[in-house]
Design a protein around this ligand. Structure first.
Ligand code: TYD
Length: 132
């Protein structure tokens, strides 16, 4: 069994999509093994998006990700990291495949509904970051 981390982002929280996103994964046989609603600190976001801190849009990402509390969850299944990334879709919702969460609910590249770990190593680091 593999674990991965998702974050239901503020745009999804604002659209009352927390339940339907969790249900989306539960009905696909992912087990939710950790779950918490939390406000993300500057420190958490600097670590989580360390690969983007040099980008001009980084302050906007921080502002968006702190605009409402988010829902962070650890999901477990065989091959969970790759399966969840496929179900989430690519970063830009307009380019995401039909049926993916970002295609269905996303607005633009920043307001793209959900974060999902992109590798097994990052999943391990992210689960530690958010759940200790
Ligand atoms: P990234 O890690 O590249 O993508 P993903 O979330 O698909 O793993 O980027 C992290 C988040 O940063 C992304 O979900 C939304 C935001 N972002 C922008 O707002 N503009 C951009 O041009 C990029 C690349 C990302």
């Amino acid at each position: 069994m593999e674990k991965t981390l998702i974050i239901v982002k503020p745009d999804a929280v604002e659209k009352n999509l927390i339940g339907s996103i969790l249900n989306f994964f539960e009905t696909k046989n992912f087990e939710i093994i950790q779950l918490e609603m939390m406000a993300l600190s500057d420190e958490m976001l600097n670590e989580h998006y360390h690969h983007l801190t040099d980008k001009p849009f980084f302050p906007e990402i921080v502002e968006f990700m702190q605009s409402l509390p988010v829902v962070v969850a650890t999901l477990q299944a065989d091959n969970a990291v790759e399966k969840v990334r496929n179900l989430v879709g690519v970063t830009d919702p307009s380019e995401a495949e039909e049926g993916t969460l970002r295609k269905i609910h996303g607005t633009d590249v920043m307001h793209n509904v959900i974060h999902a770990s992109d590798s097994v190593d990052n999943a391990r680091a992210e689960i530690k970051r958010f759940f200790g």
